[in-house]
Design a protein around this ligand. Sequence first.
Ligand SMILES: [Zn+2]
Length: 215
Amino acid sequence: MRKYVIMGVQGSGKGTQGALLAHDFDLTMISVGDIFRWHVQNHTKIGAQVRRIMAAGELVGDDLVEAVVRDRLGQHDWNYGFVVDGFPRNRRQAEFFLETYDIDGVIQLRLPDEEVHRRVLARRLCAGCGMDYNLIAHSPKIADRCDVCGGRLVSREDDTPEALASRLHDYHTKTNPVLELFANKEFVFTVDARPDKITVQQEIRAQLGLPAYQA
Ligand SMILES: [Zn+2]
């Protein structure tokens, strides 16, 4: 059984890296963001709660996140282990998590703030069909036009440099105590998130002592 936590700022590719790892080793990917999106789309009670919180311009609280993760892990459909993304959020949750689940490692994807800015501020969204673009990794054939529907590409409202700087500040403030706790137990494997996604995946596997990725 392999049990990992993956941590990294927005734009660090942790969803992609977690999924690559989970796929090859039959691990269950548990992404807090995906779970909440599922609840919202399926109009559950939790989904309604999340909608209210977001409508008020607030962030989903640590307690609700914890409840959702406990519930998800309680389903025990992870025979070979799991990769958790988006949890723990604070020191108390990290302690609970370590004691209850006997975690094998915490993968920390490290991306300098300037690179986060470069990546996140390159994101575009089609105003017509909602398709995602990224001017670095996935640029449209014609500038500012959607390949699919020809719609205009726009930035997300919350992708301004100021909003991003504030999100990054919040992220570091919240995450540093968690990382410190994990680091004290010598669980943290830090990987440079700047190279291409295969290189990053190989480095993760090398550090965790897992067989290399084969395309
Ligand atoms: Zn479009």
